[in-house]
Design a protein around this ligand. Structure first.
Ligand SMILES: *[C@@H]1O[C@H](CO)[C@@H](O)[C@H](O)[C@H]1NC(C)=O
Length: 103
């Protein structure tokens, strides 16, 4: 466990540095890009996370990708879970957002 955690932290420190002060996401939940943008200046981190995942950082993908909030000492770092195929739906506070993949 300790080794896995140490490796995970090292990887995160490399790929997803907290670039700006923003209201941090809660690691208990997943977030749409558009939800993160509503919480603060998450845009640079979203673009970085998309690039790290090999996804195009288009405006559509920035708002409609579902992100995992990482349990990285509540630093608010994020990772791409998936680019939604139809759209990403903000489910409100206290629950994870979700992808709609069928119309
Ligand atoms: C979103 O990202 C995917 C994966 O990189 C890309 O294939 C797709 O064209 C992008 N979609 C839009 C609407 O920008």
């Amino acid at each position: 466990m300790v080794n896995i955690t140490a490796v995970a932290i090292a990887v995160l420190a490399t790929v997803a540095p907290a670039l700006v002060a923003a209201d941090n996401c809660n690691p208990a939940f997943n977030y749409c890009g558009k939800t993160l943008l509503g919480m603060g200046n998450y845009r640079p981190q979203i673009v970085e996370a998309l690039k790290a995942a090999g996804k195009a950082d288009t405006e559509w993908n920035i708002t409609n990708t579902l992100f995992d909030c990482l349990p990285d000492n509540n630093k608010g770092n994020i990772r791409v879970l998936r680019v939604c195929s139809v759209y990403c739906s903000d489910q409100g506070k206290g629950v994870s957002d979700k992808c709609y993949n069928t119309a």
